[in-house]
Design a protein. Structure first.
Length: 534
């Protein structure tokens, strides 16, 4: 097997561990653990802190999904805290507004934000210290200020150059017209006030109280479709995770409206194939890419809001169906995709585990970078553009409808071994998320790598840069040259990108060693994150 230097050691801990894409967020989660909280408290604290210090990838105006293992009940739980399209959002209304296809950004891409209710559901059912304690570190950073990292500064420079960036965004993030410099201290008092209201009055303040009124007023002033009734009607759902066997692991993902089924299809197809000598071998990579194409064809044809699904999601990961899809793969030739997806999307993923055996896999996003490009005046709430993923084609599986949840790229995962949590893993990266799940789980379960090494391995990403462009297979330049040459010979349109390319996603993970009582944490060098424990 090709040896690659491991740039970071595995983080080892016995009491608790948090892995997140920004070091201040990981430390905020660890602070909750040391204060007597559990993994759920830590995950909320890390997520809230990320919204303050790493807002280019997540925010209170976005959605949240979580998988968690509760040590007390010894059960796995799934939370779908994603919002729905406004009740006034019909295909006919969008056509009347001048849209032939769904817009990418702006007020008409905003769906109801689900994050605040998701925090409340997690804290009330499984947390120990309460939502107010979990939000305290984020409130402190928003009030007192935090050092601006290079990623946030670069994202703000980019937003300043884009046509869809709204007046409200500039007023919040570029006070006085100045972009906060990297290394400078930035304060977000509006967001601090919003988080304080949620801490004091609970999530209902977001959906039915003062904040809901501010949000509804903002939409009315901007000509948006979302109204106070849409906010008041929002509910999260506890859902039953789906799973497939992969190696000696039972890997669990959330059901639709997420693309978790897509990741499970890829793993299920791959599990029955003869892999190459190592994770970067041409045979391993080729078979994985071909499995991706088959799973994405099904994703685009079938996946959407569970209430609107035309097929049973479990049927897509049934052993016989996976075998029929696996039989379509040709080991010596790349097949064309039926319906390749795009690779755009910005998200945060974090995970936490504690000494009691609780484990949380949490993912949260405003979708593409800063989402819609709008911030609700006076609140610091950056609004998602998740509605851009819906379709104005009435025959499409993911067609727009009033109150409908769109297909989501967000997928946390959690794997059990012998009924106990063994791996907590996820990443950002839009359509690349299930592809990264496949690569990292392959490195862990099939080749025995540790979690940090598996995250650091060179990655591939298959898809299209934009609709209407040819499908391409991007490889990080650290891939062996013989692998890229052989993949081209098999018919893949290979393009080499940088050694640590951000479009490959920012992954975090925890492997749980029950024999020795040790938590192994890994965090992605492609981000500004850390895995911290005690």
């Amino acid at each position: 097997m090709t040896e690659y230097p491991q740039h970071r050691p595995v983080t080892l801990a016995t009491h608790g561990l948090v892995a997140a894409p920004h070091y201040l967020a990981a430390q905020a989660g660890l602070h909750l653990l040391k204060a007597g909280g559990n993994a759920i408290d830590a995950a909320i604290a890390a997520n809230a802190t990320l919204q303050v210090v790493y807002p280019q990838l997540c925010g209170l105006g976005g959605d949240l999904f979580a998988l968690l293992y509760d040590a007390r009940s010894r059960e796995l739980y799934g939370l779908n805290a994603s919002g729905r399209a406004p009740r006034a959002a019909t295909i006919e209304r969008y056509h009347a507004l001048g849209h032939a296809t769904m817009p990418d950004f702006g007020i008409h891409t905003v769906t109801v934000p689900g994050c605040a209710d998701g925090w409340g559901q997690l804290a009330e059912r499984f947390g120990r210290l309460g939502l107010a304690r979990a939000l305290a570190p984020a409130i402190a950073y928003a009030t007192d200020g935090f050092p601006v990292g290079p990623g946030l500064h670069a994202a703000l420079v980019r937003m300043d150059s884009l046509g869809h960036t709204h007046r409200s965004f500039r007023e919040h993030f570029m006070p006085g017209g100045a972009i906060p410099p990297a290394g400078g201290v930035f304060r977000r008092p509006d967001l601090a006030r919003t988080l304080r209201l949620i801490a004091e009055r609970g999530p209902q303040a977001f959906y039915r109280g003062e904040l809901a009124d501010q949000i509804a007023t903002f939409f009315a002033s901007e000509g948006g479709l979302l109204a106070g009734d849409d906010l008041a009607a929002h509910t999260s759902e506890w859902v039953t995770p789906l799973s497939v066997r992969f190696g000696d692991l039972d890997v669990y993902e959330l059901p639709p409206n997420t693309q978790g089924v897509t990741a499970l299809q890829m793993l299920g197809i791959m599990d029955g194939l003869p892999l190459g000598a190592d994770p970067l071998d041409v045979a391993t990579a080729h078979l994985a890419v071909e499995a991706k194409k088959l799973a994405f064809a099904d994703r685009d044809a079938y996946l959407t809001d569970a209430a609107h699904m035309r097929v049973d999601p479990a049927a897509l990961i049934a052993p016989d169906y996976l075998a029929s899809r696996r039989a379509l793969i040709t080991p010596d030739c790349a097949q064309p995709s039926v319906a390749p997806g795009s690779v755009n999307g910005d998200t945060i993923y974090l995970c936490a585990a504690d000494e009691e055996g609780n484990a949380v896999s949490l993912i949260q996003s405003n979708y593409r970078g800063f989402g819609s490009g709008l911030v609700v005046d006076g609140t610091g709430i950056v609004l998602q553009n998740r509605g851009a993923y819906l379709s104005l084609d009435p025959d499409a599986a993911n067609a727009l409808a009033p109150g409908k949840r769109t297909l989501h790229t967000l997928i946390p995962s959690l794997a059990l071994r012998d009924g106990l949590p063994a791996v907590v893993f996820g990443c950002m990266g839009g359509d690349g998320q299930p592809q990264t799940h496949l690569q990292v789980y392959t490195a862990l379960a099939k080749f025995g790598l540790n979690i940090q090494a598996a995250i650091e391995l060179p990655r591939w990403l298959d898809g299209v840069a934009a609709l209407g462009t040819p499908e391409r297979l991007w490889l990080e330049s650290r891939f062996p040259s013989e692998t890229s040459t052989a993949l081209r010979a098999l018919g893949h349109d290979v393009e080499i990108v940088g050694p640590w390319d951000s479009q490959m996603g920012h992954a975090n993970g925890i492997v749980i060693d029950h024999t020795n009582g040790v938590l192994h944490g890994g965090s992605d060098p492609r981000a500004e994150g850390a895995a911290v424990g005690w």
